[in-house]
Ligand binder design. Structure first.
Ligand code: 13P
Ligand code: SF4
Length: 347
């Protein structure tokens, strides 16, 4: 790593004819979602980042909510929270750059503590992660002794360390079932997303399982309203609606399908609807439009301010200067890692 530290000279970031020609195959792929003026700005960064990744033996894990210039331009692994956590554990690269939010970078570090995990912007947080502290979980444990505690992966490592297992939107109901069976109980505490928990509660109730729920919310998904979805359907005959389970339950009821970001992508790629509205972070429509060109996306544009802090500029800087390494307190690492590994074992 000491040798790598010496590479600190910024590459030339010029949109020359050579850069345009070299990146032409990529531009042909994304031209419907990135206008030429923006491409001229992004292309030199994409080239510089992709070259630096090779020199540094680095990979970029890109969440489905990244802008298309990051997702398609520099992402080595793309996916939902569960897929990125699994890839973080598998990679042989020396450096992981997290194109996502802080809790995702912490999860990567937990999955592969020997690696250098870089966070392009340390301020890229999450309203769900901020809704609960480790102290809150310790108090809950005291109030409800013996009950298993499942935490959504959108939490800090310190919170994960106090919980029995993590879950993501891709596996929440199954994790609750399996941890309840392991503990021999019918009651499970589920933190911190109220809506995700409520969206699986009915299905679990039918199996005799009860959830004790926290009241955290995703600031992007809580803004959607069922009446907006109905209006969109009225205005767009034949429209299919696909929603993320962080939305309130009355919104999910109006949708044709609900699932994790990657499950939403799979549904669209399989069903190829003529017109679709994604009830989630807005960049995802642009990312899928690249791989599903015959689908028309009706876009309500709710952006996640945390995800949008990640840019090609700060990705390049994090790789150049090895800026913002993730460090997690030793007392937290092994317990938080156990909660994530248990999820992967149970999923
Ligand atoms: P998934 O990608 O796991 O569905 O999570 C969505 C999300 O809100 C991440 O911040
Ligand atoms: Fe957190 Fe919501 Fe942003 Fe995801 S979209 S990072 S859950 S605030």
């Amino acid at each position: 790593m000491s040798e790598l530290l010496q590479i600190t000279e910024r590459p030339r970031l010029e949109y020359s004819e050579e850069v345009a020609e070299e990146l032409l195959p990529l531009y042909q792929k994304v031209r419907d979602v990135i206008p030429p003026m923006e491409w001229a700005f992004h292309a030199p960064y994409i080239k510089a980042i992709n070259e630096l990744k090779k020199e540094r033996n680095a990979v970029i894990l890109a969440h489905n909510y990244m802008g298309p210039e990051i997702f398609h331009g520099v992402g080595d692994f793309r996916g939902d929270s569960l897929q990125l956590a699994i890839e973080a554990g598998r990679t042989d690269a020396e450096i992981i750059v997290q194109a996502g939010v802080h809790f995702m970078a912490e999860t990567s570090k937990l999955m592969n503590p020997e690696k250098l995990v870089l966070m392009p912007d340390m301020e890229a947080g999450c309203s769900l992660a901020e809704s609960i502290t480790a102290e809150d979980v310790r108090l809950l444990r005291e109030q409800q002794p013996g009950l298993p505690i499942v935490t959504y992966i959108n939490t800090s490592a310190a919170v994960k360390a106090e919980c029995d297992v993590t879950c993501t939107s891709a596996n929440a109901a199954n994790i609750v079932r399996r941890i309840a069976a392991e503990f021999g109980t019918r009651e499970v505490i589920m933190l911190p997303d109220e809506y995700l928990a409520k969206n699986i509660a009915a299905e679990l109730k039918a199996e005799g399982l009860k959830l004790l729920i926290w009241q955290g919310h995703c600031e992007v998904h809580e803004r959607f309203r069922p009446e907006d979805l109905r209006t969109m359907r009225g205005d767009n005959p034949g429209l299919k609606i696909v929603a993320h389970p962080e939305c309130p339950p009355d919104v999910i009821k109006e949708a044709d399908f609900a699932g994790s970001t990657s499950a939403m992508i799979r549904w669209i790629e399989e069903k190829q609807p003529k017109k679709v509205m994604l009830v989630t972070e807005c960049s995802m429509s642009a990312n899928i439009a690249v791989t599903a060109p015959s689908v028309r996306f009706i876009r309500p544009c709710n952006l996640c301010p945390h995800m949008k802090r990640i840019t090609l500029q700060n990705i390049l800087d994090s790789l150049l200067y090895l800026r913002n390494p993730i460090e997690i307190d030793e007392n937290i690492v092994s317990r938080a890692r156990a909660a994530v590994e248990r999820m992967i074992r149970l999923s």
